[in-house]
Design a protein around this ligand. Structure first.
Ligand SMILES: [Zn+2]
Length: 134
């Protein structure tokens, strides 16, 4: 009997643990998504500004290529930051899944079905499935 209750208690604690891992992911996720949104807005604004600058130059019949290049470079920099944030989001998803006991393909990062020997997406062999500890 005692064993049974101990097991139930363990299951409940495991449940709480995964809830806290999940809610941490949700918070972190929201934070990164806000940063992504803000970067996307900055990029849009900057692109519009470059367009206006180029058109103003056209109107004055005087192109200042250096200025346009400088502005485009700063947009490219923002785009890079955006990519990094998206990568961070992926990484967070993988880390959370791993913390919850999921396994991911070493090649394409797809989640591996429980007990599968090969990745369902790219066919990569799954390294020795970890022993199930129950
Ligand atoms: Zn794969």
């Amino acid at each position: 009997m005692a064993e049974f209750y101990k097991k139930v208690k363990q299951e409940i604690e495991k449940g709480f643990e995964s809830v806290s891992i999940r809610s941490k992911e949700v918070l972190e996720n929201m934070k990164i998504k806000k940063q992504i949104e803000s970067l996307e807005q900055q990029i849009e604004t900057a692109k519009t500004a470059v367009g206006q600058m180029a058109y103003a130059m056209f109107c004055q019949n005087h192109f200042n290529q250096a200025d346009i290049i400088k502005s485009c470079e700063s947009i490219a920099e923002l785009e890079q930051q955006l990519q990094d944030k998206k990568e961070e989001l992926n990484q967070l998803h993988l880390e959370t899944g791993t913390a919850l006991g999921k396994i991911y393909c070493s090649q394409c990062k797809t989640e591996i079905e429980e007990g599968a020997q090969y990745c369902g997406k790219c066919g990569e062999k799954v390294p020795d499935a970890p022993a199930v500890t129950e």
